[in-house]
Write a protein that binds this ligand. Structure first.
Ligand code: 45D
Length: 149
């Protein structure tokens, strides 16, 4: 179930990928404690998060779309060197910044595709450990590994 969920997620449009991550966060948010994400991990992502905080909403959205689309930008390469759990912590913190109003909000009228709804439904049926495995995999695939050729 984990592998097929990841596969369907990966085939979603970039916007649907961002939307599904957001909905997953709103469903799971309360079970992910900030302590679990680890202050040390966030320090490694802090430079990127600070850059995002200084951007306009449009630029913030562009950066997130670039990550999902694996565009070869400086930002995507910096993201690419983070560990898998630091990438998760980065996305978690982004969601928190959205909630606090520092990052572009999710449009309330966003229409998720059928596949997007399906990924979300499957994700909800997985246990917490499997949900984390799926999320870790999809955020690890984002960005660009600067050492890969
Ligand atoms: O205009 O270190 C659209 C543990 C449409 C422990 C949009 C852990 C167009 C160890 C694109 C939709 C394993 C528990 C706009 C860590 C449009 C450890 C915008 C786990 C505006 C870290 C969309 C942590 C946007 C976990 C802005 C499980 C979407 C963390 C933004 C999970 C979506 C984190 C965002 C999750 C989603 C974060 C920011 C699920 C973030 C999700």
């Amino acid at each position: 179930a984990v592998a097929s969920t990841v596969a369907v997620f990966t085939n979603l449009s970039v916007d649907d990928q961002l939307a599904v991550l957001w909905y997953a966060y709103t469903e799971m948010g309360r079970s992910i404690t900030p302590a679990a994400t680890g202050a040390a991990r966030l320090q490694l992502a802090e430079g990127l998060l600070n850059q995002i905080k200084q951007m306009t909403h449009e630029e913030q959205l562009q950066v997130m779309r670039d990550l999902a689309a694996k565009k070869n930008t400086q930002f995507c390469r910096s993201y690419g060197i983070l560990s898998a759990n630091t990438k998760l912590a980065f996305w978690y913190e982004l969601s928190e910044l959205m909630v606090k109003g520092f990052v572009v909000p999710m449009p309330s009228n966003y229409q998720l595709s059928r596949d997007g709804v399906q990924v979300l439904e499957t994700l909800k049926e997985l246990d917490f450990g499997q949900q984390i495995t799926v999320l870790r995999k999809v955020v690890t695939d984002m960005g660009v590994d600067p050492l890969a050729d």
